[in-house]
Ligand binder design. Structure first.
Ligand code: SF4
Length: 338
């Protein structure tokens, strides 16, 4: 996950909630991708450190447990950069230029100059991020499947060049998880760049205020007009956060115009606040003890570094890079003889 600062509900519902479950069933490595953040936000790095810290806090708040998974910061494990460099030597340019998100993102973020080497090559860095841990699975959304395919191609090419007999790098599979639709307050996908988000750490009053202005089923122009929760962004919130009884009342009340949108939004706010309250409580605990958060990340960094270095030793060896010359048996150095 990129170091984008405080996380919003979309980050939680779309990824984090699933990670919290995965840590019980898999050996997971989760990292805050501060180098990846630089691929689009390279010009102003003044907030990257704070943003990384905020993501760590939200991870802990959401329930990632350092005793169950390895959580670390990408730039603290330099081996990622080394493997990225080696992969960049073997990755044909055409593979990168045809990644669908490359052109798309350049168009979407037209105000930024993304004609950089780093931006074109970020899927190579992703490949390094995954393969350095010999990951079997990568929990991603549909839009990231092309990147995983590229990672598989890079692994195959590496193995083909340097470890034909016994492939060193496994080809990872995407671990697709169906995540519920979570619209932002304007009905579009929740995103920081649209300004339509609700933070996981948002104070209660702010959540209620944001929900009050949330768009609803456009068919409900007047209070007496019936609506349909299935085409209403507030209805989507209810489906994720509310209990069955409330959901029944929403459907019945909306379709018969028995309830108003303000009342319905109030219920949505109640259930949302109830769901994230324990997370906010945990966040406050870690906020009070910044040293503990720092220690957790440092421990994660060390665990990740050990695994990454082990892989890199094998990679350097497979590529025949210098790790000491092959000496004749019994050779001693002049230095030793002195
Ligand atoms: Fe949406 Fe609720 Fe209003 Fe129906 S009553 S349109 S679900 S906010």
């Amino acid at each position: 996950m990129r170091s984008t600062g405080k996380l919003h509900l979309g980050n939680y519902v779309g990824a984090l909630a699933n990670w919290v479950k995965l840590q019980d069933t898999h050996d997971c490595f989760f990292f805050i991708a501060d180098w990846h953040a630089l691929t689009t936000d390279y010009a102003d790095t003044s907030s990257i450190k704070q943003n990384t810290y905020e993501v760590a806090l939200d991870w802990l708040a959401a329930g990632l447990d350092p005793d169950k998974c390895v959580m670390f910061v990408q730039s603290h494990v330099l081996q990622h950069a080394e493997l990225h460099l080696l992969f960049s030597m073997i990755t044909p340019l055409g593979w990168l230029e045809r990644v669908p998100t490359y052109k798309e993102q350049q168009q979407n973020l037209a105000t930024k100059d993304l004609s950089t080497y780093g931006f074109l090559g970020y899927p190579v860095l992703q490949a390094a991020d995954i393969l350095i841990y010999k990951g079997d699975f990568v929990p991603v959304g549909e839009d990231q499947v092309a990147h995983i395919e590229l990672t598989r191609e890079i692994a195959r090419r590496f193995n083909g060049f340097y470890s034909k007999k016994k492939p060193l790098l496994p080809e990872p599979q995407p671990l697709l998880t169906k995540t519920p639709k979570l619209p932002g307050t304007d009905g579009r996908k929740m995103s920081k760049s649209y300004g339509n988000y609700i933070l996981l750490s948002e104070p209660e009053a702010e959540i209620r205020k944001k929900l009050k202005t949330m768009v609803t089923d456009p068919a409900r122009v007047k209070r007496t007009d019936p609506g349909n929760p299935d085409v209403c962004p507030v209805g989507d919130l209810h489906k994720i956060f509310s209990d069955t009884k409330t959901l029944e009342n929403v459907y019945a009340g909306c379709r018969s115009a028995g309830i108003g949108c303000i009342e319905c939004k109030g219920w949505a706010a109640d259930h949302l606040i109830k769901t994230i309250a324990p997370m906010q409580e945990r966040r406050r605990k870690y906020e009070r003890d910044a040293k503990l958060t720092q220690e957790i990340i440092a421990e994660g960094d060390a665990k990740a570094r050990a695994v990454a270095e082990h892989t890199m030793t094998q990679v350097r060896d497979a590529m025949g890079l210098y790790q000491g010359f092959d000496l004749p048996q019994g050779a001693t150095s002049a230095k030793q003889n002195k």
